[in-house]
Write a new protein. Structure first.
Ligand code: NAP
Ligand code: MG
Length: 503
């Protein structure tokens, strides 16, 4: 249990000052055009503030400053141990502002403030510390070239990095990308999702206090089709690290091919499975994880396990237990009140999309076990956690990333059938297996096509394990662990032929 209570949140809101401007060259500045976008809270339906709606000209300015800063060496040539110290200080400062960041994130996104306070901000801070520590530990290699030569392979910062962020875990994803790219000495441009700009702008406010030189970090707010495209097409951006939808991932590949062939790292969508093997005796742990993976963040999670495969002989028991544990452990209500662990959808556009799917599934006569409706709680955009049973294999319930609180429990005749069905989608981001048997653990973990397979607990690994997708869930690199640093560095070979007299 955390120390957070409602009066702490209310006091914090009373004293919050909302960021409005983009962050370029160490200053908060309006868009050159003066245009703004309203930020609407999905909890109250009211405008929180307005923020800068940037255009290509703002992107050009930010990239030019980032490039100059990189070339100046003020950060890129700073000794890695010094960069480490600065980033560790940055993590400490961010941690001191946990409440403010968590409240702003909740207000802007409808995520439960208790999650933001106990998961999103602390895990983001942990990531900043982990990657800071890696700054002076990321070794290159010496080649086995024999006595006549010395070949060394060094890793060098790329230069200007752009990070394009989705709205479902705005702060955490930003910190996942910002920390390793800065640890390696790059200058960065962050493009937050339009519906969740505020926490990112607050985060970068603390950069100078930590000692990060101006021009190393910029945040360009505005529409994806304008700012995102301008970054994608820019000749001086060396890499784009993108987390978001498959559709926009394709566009980024196009921008790269039409411009400077910049490196594109794609962390995309998923339709992740959970497989309960036929050897599991007690279903309670699996059921609690099925609920968490399906309904955490109101299902707006790229690794949501929305296809849960259960032996046919245990299916009724599993679904009954899910409904029982749902009512015992999930509390739906005002996301700003820490007693609730289930909040709203991100915004009206997405609420309408998910309810559109829901109404189609109901009209098609799918077997509904729980939920199926929207909920009226204040002005919030709530959708009930929803469980369907045994949808047709061709249904969107089985093939499409719904990005909402809708999950399906599917009865299977064998472990092999479950794994074959688990693999029968175009995505491969994450999978969870429940088993009491060591052989099944490794046999089926190897058989499932996913970037991460977790055993007996739904998770995405931790900061020490690479996170990324297979198949249409992405390629080009991973977040977390040393792999994240590979996204933001390029390899150079330096080769000395010792047989030449001039060497
Ligand atoms: P999205 O629509 O793809 O948006 C992601 C980001 O791309 C936003 O910042 C968006 O800006 C920007 N964007 C939009 N159009 C663009 C364009 N033409 N060029 C460049 N950038 C553009 O995705 P989302 O709705 O925010 O997030 C949900 C998706 O992200 C889901 O598919 C989910 O699975 C995926 N996701 C994946 C992971 C993972 O690690 N694999 C993690 C989280 C989420 P605007 O907001 O201004 O449109
Ligand atoms: Mg918002």
């Amino acid at each position: 249990m955390s120390d957070l209570n409602l009066s702490m949140v209310e006091n914090c809101i009373a004293n919050l000052s909302y960021p409005t401007n983009a962050f370029i060259g160490g200053d908060f500045v309006p868009a050159m055009s003066g245009k703004t976008i309203a930020s609407i809270s999905p909890i109250t339906g009211e405008e929180i503030t307005e923020y800068a709606s940037c255009d290509k000209e703002d992107v050009d300015k930010a990239v030019s400053i980032a490039k100059k800063t990189f070339e100046s060496g003020v950060w890129s040539k700073m000794h890695p141990t010094e960069r480490k110290k600065v980033l560790l200080k940055y993590a400490d400062i961010i941690e001191k502002h946990t409440l403010e960041l968590a409240v702003l994130e909740s207000l802007d996104s409808g995520k439960p403030v208790s999650d933001c306070y106990t998961i999103d901000v602390p895990e983001g801070v942990h990531a900043v510390r982990w990657h800071a520590e890696y700054a002076d530990k990321n070794y290159g290699q010496a080649s086995p070239s024999g006595d006549g030569a010395v070949g060394i392979v060094v890793k060098e910062a790329i230069g200007v990095v752009a990070c394009i962020i989705p709205w479902n875990f705005p702060l955490m994803t930003t910190m996942w990308k910002l920390a390793p790219s800065l640890a390696e000495g790059n200058s960065i441009i962050i493009k937050p999702a339009s519906v969740t700009t505020l926490s990112t702008l607050l985060l970068v406010k603390f950069a100078a206090e930590a000692g990060i030189p101006e021009g190393v970090i910029q945040v360009i707010t505005g529409s994806g089709s304008v700012v995102g495209e301008a970054l994608g097409m820019h000749p001086d951006v060396g890499v784009i690290s993108f987390t978001g939808s498959t559709e926009i991932g394709r566009k980024l590949l196009e921008y790269s091919s039409k411009s400077n062939l910049k490196k594109i790292v794609l962390e995309l969508g998923g339709k992740s499975p959970m497989v309960i093997m036929d050897d599991v005796k007690d279903l309670t742990n699996a059921v609690d994880n099925a609920l968490f993976s399906s309904f955490w963040n109101a299902g707006q999670s790229c690794t949501a396990n929305s296809r849960i495969f259960v032996p046919k002989s245990r299916q009724d028991e599993f679904v009954e237990l899910m409904i029982q544990r749902m009512d015992q452990t999930w509390r739906i209500g005002n996301p700003l009140d820490p007693q609730f662990n289930y909040g709203t959808m991100i915004g009206k556009f997405h609420y309408d999309q998910v309810m559109g799917y829901m109404n189609t599934f109901l009209a098609e006569g799918h077997n509904l076990a729980y939920g199926g409706k929207s909920l009226t709680i204040g002005q919030g955009l709530f959708i009930q956690p929803t469980i369907f049973v045994d949808p047709e294999p061709s249904s969107d319930l089985m093939t499409t990333e719904l990005f909402g609180p809708i999950t399906s429990v599917i009865g299977v005749n064998s472990n092999e059938e479950a794994v074959a069905m688990a693999n029968n989608v175009e995505y491969g981001l994450q999978a969870t297996i429940f088993t009491d048997n060591l052989v099944n653990t490794f046999k089926y973990a190897r058989a499932i096509k996913a970037g991460t397979v977790s055993i007996n607990r739904y998770c995405e690994g931790d900061i020490t394990t690479p996170f990324g997708g297979l198949k249409m869930s992405g390629f080009g690199g991973q977040d977390n662990a040393g792999a994240a640093h590979d996204q933001y560095t390029e390899i150079k070979t330096i080769f000395a032929d010792l047989t030449q007299s001039s060497c």
